[in-house]
Design a protein around this ligand. Structure first.
Ligand SMILES: NC(=O)c1ccc[n+]([C@@H]2O[C@H](COP(=O)([O-])OP(=O)(O)OC[C@H]3O[C@@H](n4cnc5c(N)ncnc54)[C@H](O)[C@@H]3O)[C@@H](O)[C@H]2O)c1
Length: 250
């Protein structure tokens, strides 16, 4: 498995969940991986688990100086990424709410991380790849397409926003050899969604809406990310790739 030999990837939100699974798989495929996460301890643990192909890139994607510093550090170390996975995100279960009940602070925090954070990650990724080309992959969500719950107002809005952002950047930088695509996982059992996982009724309801009949695992998202990061995906840009157990068919 060496489909990413010679590539360097920065993956945000890679200390846990989907991002960690993707980082570990990229390393197994021959890439060097920068673990970009705001949780320094979990980042160090992730680097240790992956081994010498991994390097910490502690950052807060909602803070431009932090994002810029992570890219500068990577470059100074000779680890300038040619693949960037803008994956970090938050979903504020119990706080995100139908709009009449949604606090501005909850809206703002969701926008700061999911939308502004993805904007800043892509902005600095494009700068890093401007002369060389590269692949940017955004982790989107079914909530950005269909709307998956009455209470996911802020989350859905930010995910729809990053789908549009990804498409627009793809068009703007195709002539620089920069490809930008969005991967849409369905309900995937990570620490993000324990509110659903720990509630048997809610879990059964969401799995009932997945034709393949099970929850997603972080590993389910790896394969499409490898394809998009690799030269196999050379003609793919500006698209949405769902890995959702068929959820979008219903
Ligand atoms: N789990 C699902 O069902 C599901 C479904 C569709 C899309 N997604 C998306 O997948 C992505 C990864 O989610 P996950 O399920 O692996 O969640 P997770 O909570 O397991 O991992 C998210 C990681 O992002 C990091 N992070 C959060 N805010 C950050 C910030 N400001 N700067 C840097 N790092 C930050 C966290 O520390 C954490 O390590 C998210 O964008 C999420 O919206 C998840």
């Amino acid at each position: 498995m060496t489909r990413l030999q010679g590539k360097t990837a920065l993956i945000t939100g890679a200390a846990t969940g989907i991002g960690f699974a993707v980082a570990a798989r990229f390393a197994r495929e021959g890439a060097r991986v920068l673990i970009g996460d705001r949780d320094a301890d979990a980042t160090a643990a992730a680097v240790e688990r992956i081994g010498e192909a991994a390097r910490a890139a502690v950052l807060d994607i909602s803070d431009e100086s932090s994002v810029a510093a992570a890219f500068a550090d990577a470059e100074a170390a000779g680890w300038t990424p040619d693949v960037v996975v803008a994956n970090a995100g938050v979903q504020l279960f119990g706080q995100d709410a139908p709009i009449a009940d949604l606090d501005l602070a909850v809206w703002q925090r969701t926008v700061d991380v999911n939308l502004t954070g993805t904007f800043l990650t892509i902005k600095h990724a494009v700068r890093a790849m401007h002369d060389t080309g590269g692949s940017i992959i955004v982790t989107g969500s079914p909530t950005g397409i269909n709307g998956e719950g009455r209470a996911f107002t802020a989350y859905s809005a930010t995910k729809a926003g990053i789908h549009g952002l990804s498409r627009t950047v793809a068009a703007a930088y195709a002539d620089r050899g920069i490809r930008v695509n969005t991967v849409v996982p369905a309900y995937t059992e990570t620490s993000l969604v324990t509110t659903i996982t720990d509630d048997p009724e809610a879990r059964a309801a969401i799995i009932g809406r997945i034709p393949l009949g099970r929850a997603g695992a972080p590993e389910d998202v790896e394969g499409i990310m490898v394809f998009l990061a690799s030269d196999d995906g050379a003609f793919a840009t500006g698209s949405l790739f769902a890995v959702d157990g068929g959820m979008s068919t219903l």
